[in-house]
Ligand binder design. Structure first.
Ligand code: AMP
Length: 307
């Protein structure tokens, strides 16, 4: 059940209608690792940080069994910095600042001890680097999942299209699926994306759940209706961590098991949004996760008598 996770480890500045944080730990790989470590021991992390990234944050990840051999520390540069502001509906946000800093000359090197991993989670990162990681894996992992965002579609579309031909599962949100294909209908967008490389597509719809497409099949996982959504930052990466964490734990990549995996992803994302940054993800226990998964079962379980 070996899992390699690639992505950013960052500082974020976040403003939501319910509060503001000027400098909080974030990054796609940070959220994926905190989440996946509930399911997989020895998550093999690949990322880059600067001199300013707190050692205690790395220690906390290590204490959860996250292997940091593939995390490069650059002594004279700052960590990646992202700043975003949410609107009242919390489903839309504006990116205010993306400071690449250490990411600008990141050239990920996969440690020898990471070779042979069966699962590869390419978290949100420059598409060319996602491609470089795939090329460095001497044995192709049995499942490669890729997350991306509008930013990379704007600045690196050709690289993104190329890496799409090398992966199994693509994760994007609804507006990114539309941006990538020029189709407004999500079903049309999905059909187009499934001709671009990935055999499976997950379209995340924030508080409206997530859709899983494969061939002509589609499955829907709701999001848990929550009274208070505090900060949605990282919800997509947390979803990814739950999805791949479940698949890696069960070592089963069938469509049926992916259905369960998107429910697990949705359950994990529902924790993430309850507090700022990754705060809630650090608190939750296995019992909390099991209880939340039960709530999902209740949410979608119904009988119908067709007469
Ligand atoms: P999400 O809310 O799941 O889309 O993820 C938000 C996290 O992604 C934040 O913690 C950011 O640090 C990180 N992030 C934002 N923009 C980028 C980017 N262009 N590439 C990689 N990571 C990013």
């Amino acid at each position: 059940m070996s899992l390699v996770v690639v992505g950013t480890m960052a500082f974020d500045a976040i403003e939501t209608p319910f509060g503001k944080e000027d400098k909080i730990i974030g990054g796609s790989a940070t959220y994926v690792a905190y989440t996946a470590s509930n399911f997989v021991k020895d998550v093999k992390q690949v990322s880059i940080v600067g001199y300013d990234f707190p050692q205690e944050e790395l220690d906390q990840l290590a204490a959860r069994g996250v292997n940091l051999e593939g995390v490069e520390v650059i002594p004279d540069k700052k960590s990646f910095f992202w700043s975003g502001k949410y609107h009242m509906d919390m489903n839309t946000r504006d990116t205010l600042i993306t400071d690449l800093n250490v990411l600008a000359d990141f050239n990920p090197v996969i440690p020898e001890s990471y070779q042979g991993a069966e699962f590869l989670m390419l978290g949100n990162l420059m598409p060319a680097l996602q491609k470089s990681v795939i090329q460095q894996m001497k044995i192709r992992p049995k499942l490669i999942v890729l997350d991306t965002m509008n930013f990379w579609m704007e600045v690196a579309l050709e690289d993104l299209k190329e890496v799409l031909t090398m992966i199994d599962v693509l994760m994007v949100n609804d507006s990114e699926a539309r941006q990538l294909t020029g189709e407004f209908s999500l079903v049309k967008a999905a059909n187009k994306i499934l001709t671009m490389g990935p055999k499976y597509l997950i379209i995340k719809k924030g508080e409206h759940g997530a859709l899983l497409f494969h061939n002509n099949k589609v499955f829907f996982a709701p999001a848990l209706p929550l009274e208070d959504v505090f900060d949605p930052t990282g919800a997509g990466d947390t979803f990814a961590g739950g999805f791949i964490g479940h698949l890696a734990k069960t070592r089963n990549i069938s469509f049926e098991n992916m259905k369960t995996a998107i429910i697990v992803g949705s359950a994990m994302a529902s924790f993430c949004v309850e507090k700022f940054g990754a705060t809630r993800l650090k608190e939750i226990t296995k019992a909390d996760i099991d209880t939340r998964l039960q709530e999902f079962v209740q949410l979608v379980n119904f009988d119908i008598a067709l007469v």
